[in-house]
Structures are given as structure tokens and as C-alpha cells.
Design a protein around this ligand. Structure first.
Ligand SMILES: *Cc1c(COP(=O)(O)O)cnc(C)c1O
Length: 291
């Protein structure tokens, strides 16, 4: 159990925008050379519970480039669990670097076709797998859960005390909810969704409210989803290249590229922002760059 206290914590670096000295980047990408910081934090409470219950095997689902499965496989090896990845895809497809890592860390991979994968939120989907792997638990994809939100409060340990705004990318919303749940007075929490939603993120807001996180405790910057989940606009793709070249920092294609693009855009269009102390959560995900 003592191993479950991670010894690598994210560190802060100063602004890559020379005109904006009061911006810090919380380097979740440095927790581990390739495992995504954010996904690891979300898993930790589940891992602790599983250890206490003497569970041997953790089963979860994801795509062929999944940061979540990647972090799960790594954590399984690190903390002594068997892991099983139910991957949306077909065995005849070329293995991705993500899946090759997962297998090297001991994950058993089973492919699930697109149609069956649709049922992954039904308990019937999981039953045969639980039978095949006794003494196991199943974790939902990209996990929005009480536990994952609790794990996400961990970021605060690296956010500078004088911060007035914290900005993070939003997928499932756990990271945003975790930050909002534990924000100190005087710090605004802002989420940048990386997927489009014609209903103005109503579902997301309801999910967050279901954990009794107040809607006043965070804001959403919308309009930065590019061409939709996993797809950058041409301007965002160009920004990613230029930003990486100029700053030496790397961004992932799904989350942090859109997040940093949003910050750049707001800095250019809202002069009031320059008087704020901003912390940007670099949530990792760089393994997804290797395609
Ligand atoms: C999953 C993920 C996010 C989004 O986090 P949520 O808690 O699902 O909103 C952000 N960045 C990276 C790198 C991720 O893998």
C-alpha cells in the first residue's frame, strides 16, 4: 500500500509567453515520461479501494490510443494488479504504440467490435469478462466518478498559492469538478471543453452538479473544441507546432493543444487577464502523439 503514494509530483514552470510572466504551467506531463498525469490521479482512489478489497484484476475499456488504458496498464504493473483492456477495434489492425506499451506492462488485451462497444455502460457488457477474470473490478472509460473527482483534487498540491485563475482541459469533467470542489476562496476554476456540445454543455454541468459541486465554483470557456473531439482546427494545429517550437514544451493533440490555444486566444482578446495569476494544468497525454 505504501507504494500508492506517488513520489513524482507535478512541478510548476513559468510562462512560455514572455509578455505574461504571471502564468504558471503545472507540469502533469512530468509525473512520468509517458503516463498521463491526469489519468493516474483519477485512478489512484480506485486503486486504493481495490488494494483494500484484495482485488487482483482491474478491467477497463478504451480506444486504441487511450490515455486511460495506458495509465491503467502502467499502474497495474507499478502497484501489483493484473490489468485487462477491452479495446475498441479489431485484432487485425496494426497495434498502436499505446497498446504495445500496455502489453509490455502486462495488460491482457481483448478487442471489442464497434457494435458491442456501444454497450459498455451496461452491466451485461461486463459479466462475461468478470467471469473470465474472477476477483476483478471494472472501471468505466475516461471515468467520471466520485473517486476520479476526488483524485483530481490532488492538483492543488502543486498550484501556487497566489493563483487567481486555474484553467484545465475538459473531457469527462472529472478534473474540472475535482478542482472546483477544492478551490480556495479567491481562485476561479475554468474548464475548456475539447468536444462540441450543441446544448451548451448542459450534460457536463448536470454531471458535475450531481456530485454537489456548485455551478458557481467554476466557469466554462467554450468555442475551443476545434473540429470536434480529437480534431484540431487548422489554426489550432498551426498553434501547436509554433508553440512547441518556441517554448520547448510539448502538447498532446486531443486536450492540451486546445487548452493552450484557448489561453493564447483569451490573452490576445481580454487585456484584463494580464493582471491575473494564471495556472494552466498540463494534464499530460503526450503518449497520444506517437501515431
Ligand atoms: C482525459 C484527459 C483530460 C480530460 O480530463 P477529464 O477529467 O476527463 O475532463 C485532459 N488531459 C489529458 C491528457 C487527458 O488524458
Amino acid at each position: 500500500m505504501s507504494k500508492l503514494s506517488l513520489d513524482h509530483y507535478p512541478t510548476v514552470i513559468n510562462s512560455p509567453w514572455p509578455a505574461q510572466p504571471s502564468i504558471s504551467i503545472i507540469r502533469g506531463d512530468l509525473i512520468h515520461p509517458i503516463v498521463s498525469g491526469n489519468k493516474l490521479f483519477k485512478l489512484l482512489p480506485h486503486l486504493r479501494q481495490a488494494k483494500l478489497a484484495a482485488i487482483e484484476t482491474l478491467i477497463s475499456v478504451g480506444g486504441r490510443y487511450s490515455n486511460h488504458l495506458h495509465a491503467l496498464a502502467w499502474a497495474g504493473q507499478e502497484f501489483g494488479f493484473n490489468t485487462v483492456g477491452l479495446v475498441r477495434g479489431y485484432p487485425e489492425q496494426v497495434l498502436t504504440p499505446t497498446l504495445i506499451d500496455c502489453m509490455q506492462w502486462g495488460m491482457q488485451i481483448h478487442f471489442v467490435n464497434n457494435k458491442d462497444y456501444l454497450d459498455r455502460y451496461e452491466s451485461a457488457f461486463w459479466q462475461p469478462w468478470q467471469k473470465m477474470y474472477p476477483n476483478s473490478i471494472c472501471l468505466y472509460e475516461g471515468g467520471f466518478s466520485k473517486e476520479s473527482v476526488e483524485g483530481s483534487t490532488h492538483w492543488w498540491s502543486s498550484i501556487p498559492a497566489q493563483t487567481t485563475k486555474v484553467v484545465c482541459a475538459v473531457g469527462s469533467g472529472s478534473t474540472l469538478a475535482g478542482l472546483a470542489l477544492s478551490a480556495p476562496v479567491g481562485t476561479e476554476v475554468i474548464g475548456v471543453p475539447v468536444f462540441k456540445d450543441p446544448l451548451n454543455y448542459l450534460d457536463l454541468k448536470q454531471k458535475i452538479a450531481s456530485l454537489e459541486v456548485s455551478p458557481e465554483s467554476y466557469s466554462i470557456w467554450s468555442g475551443y473544441a476545434g473540429r470536434g473531439f480529437g480534431k484540431l482546427s487548422a489554426a489550432q494545429a498551426q498553434f501547436k507546432d509554433e508553440f512547441e517550437r518556441d517554448s520547448g514544451l510539448l502538447l498532446d493533440p486531443v486536450y492540451t493543444s486546445k487548452l493552450f490555444f484557448a489561453i493564447q486566444d483569451r490573452l490576445q482578446n481580454d487585456p484584463k487577464l494580464s493582471s491575473e495569476n494564471i495556472a494552466i494544468i498540463h494534464s499530460g497525454g503526450l503518449q497520444g502523439n506517437r501515431s
